[in-house]
Design a protein around this ligand. Sequence first.
Ligand code: NAI
Length: 708
Amino acid sequence: MGAEPVTRTGRGRIALVMIDNPPVNSLGAAVRRALDREVAAALDDPNTAAIVIAGKGRMLSGGADIREFGKPPPADAPILPQVIDRIERGTKPVVAAIHGTAAGGALELALGAHYRVAATENTRVGLPEVTLGIVPGAGGTQRLPRTIGVKPALEMMTSGELIASKRALALGIVDALVEGDVVDGAVRFAERLVAEGKGPRRTREREDKLAEARANPNLVAEFRQQIKRSARGQESPGAVVDCVEAALTKTFDEALAFERATFQRLVGSDQAKALRHAFFAEREAARVKDLPEDIPAAPVGRAAVMGCGTMGAGIAICFANADIPVRVLESSPELLDKGLARIRQTYAGMVERKRLSQDEMDKRMALVAGTTAMADIADADFVIEAIFEDMALKKEVFRKLDAACRPAAILATNTSSLDVNEIAAATRRPDRVIGTHFFSPANIMRLVETVRGKATSRETIATSMALAKKLGKVGVLVGVCDSFVGNRMYYAYGRQADFLIEEGALPQQVDKAIQDFGFPMGPFATRDLAGIDVGYRIRQQRAAQRKAQGLPPDPRRYSPIADRIAEMGRYGQKTGQGWYRYEKGARAPVPDPEIEKLIVAVSQEKGIQRRPVTDQEIIERCLYPLVNEGAKILEEGIAQRASDIDVVWLYGYGFPRWRGGPMFWADQIGLAKVYDAMCRLYERDRDWLEPAPLLARLAKSGGKFAEV
Ligand code: NAI
């Protein structure tokens, strides 16, 4: 960096203080030092009547430099709260010009200014610190409530949501919106202030917006209760509430000090480390190790989805949402109608819940076309197959797709378990065949496992990863193995859940322990949601296949409980009964004595003496084998890196983000501890549980998955 990271120029009587620290004007030490100096100089300059603070390039500022987190601040630069304090105490009006994304420290800086104007287009503001396990540490928790009121400030800061310019105006975060150049607009705004003789309006002195909450102390208490439930063990949202409460009960300076202390305490916490890990892991997942940066991703102008069932409909919606025309192909006009209706209903539901305008729904529906003729999808750039999970059928369909589609088209399969290499071999373009494993519901879940076959070309990988991003997904590259990364690990986890209930636990106890760990749902409630029939059919098919191949039944430990429940016609939520009962129209699982009877009967049949199972045992039995399977996946090269496995679990299965993902979590616990526990489990119950060689090696050398 040669040039000054902050410049000051005169525009008549307005001083323009411009942050110029590419690429995103982050507020590192050099910027803070220069900003502090230039603001001080402008305040001293007798020719300056007002000050505008703005950012060059794409945004005002990207906020704090998160690489500085957890390190001691350099002694020769002011910390951000000091810079903001100087601005706020200034005796001349200061206007912040916001454009692009002003998140975290950037918005805190703007809240320290006396007035704010924002570009109408492409502006988003917010305080997302909570998602990194911390609280705003430069006055955000004090100045936002003073600017927009306690309730909206709590909502914004505990969700971390970024909001667009119009809402920012309506809430009162900004005073005016500017069409065209935001700096010019801010200068005009400042000139008007001077002309009207308006002086500084210091946020620290504004008390009116706090009055409502001061009059009603329950407001904060109720919000705290509510946030406690949704935070599922994450500390930072509650800490935000504490800081806002301090705004109501302490002086501004005391509350500011309280916020700073809270920030300092959290920034070095395990949760914040885990959340920073999750943040970087997601970015890292986009990088493919053996893919040079210059391999171009082919544009996807037209897409096709084959099979418009549960997954196909959701995937088609993803394309339409991303403004990519998509044609869905079904096997009969009736099924096509049904499939298109499924898409329409999903959108209509969003309109009903006010997540989408009718206008927008119409626009997106207009991008979706249907057909029953393969010739109609011949011109697609990217085809995703989402028909039944049946190898013979998929091979036949890929042969036909290969013949019908243009040679450059990429043919992807959404298979959740089948061998992508075998599917690819049914075509003459195995280099342009890949797996795109979406998760259900496909229009909501953000994970896509991008499955690379042995012949898949680098261009095909680049295009598929770029497409995932375009669809708003988090693509993670994985290799071919049975069930890929996420589901393969999930089986290891689910099996243990089954064995635990044979040994003495009940589904509700297992689910509660897993929820208390931080998952949104336990394994049994999850199965009720997904449908018990699906897994049942897969297990039946696999058993039949073994038989057809002349193999004896799998000798490993097997729990028949799920099969018995499926055979009772209890398929889960969709039939009102499964592992639990469901009241009509409700989604809350109710423990069912009938299932308890069934479980106890199975224990008896197997000669298992039921015993009390602790929550600690549930966590170790379910999650250590999951980590162990992850270690095998890593060693086999099925995942590129441990953090990719974490991303799969964060986005596909709701692993608590504040624990960083299973591999990071295991690294934190210490792999020796995980390994010892696996050895004990293996000793007792050989099946499936052999410790992964990689886990054994790392445990002995004191290593971590992160270093592999
Ligand atoms: P589904 O049964 O809901 O939908 C399959 C659709 O494909 C049906 O509408 C059927 O009419 C259509 N179809 C069948 N043969 C066809 C053909 N020759 N031409 C055109 N359309 C045809 O199945 P679902 O659940 O959507 O699964 C689809 C694929 O996605 C499977 O490979 C499955 O393993 C995979 N998958 C499923 C997940 C889930 O949670 N349901 C999750 C991830 C992947």
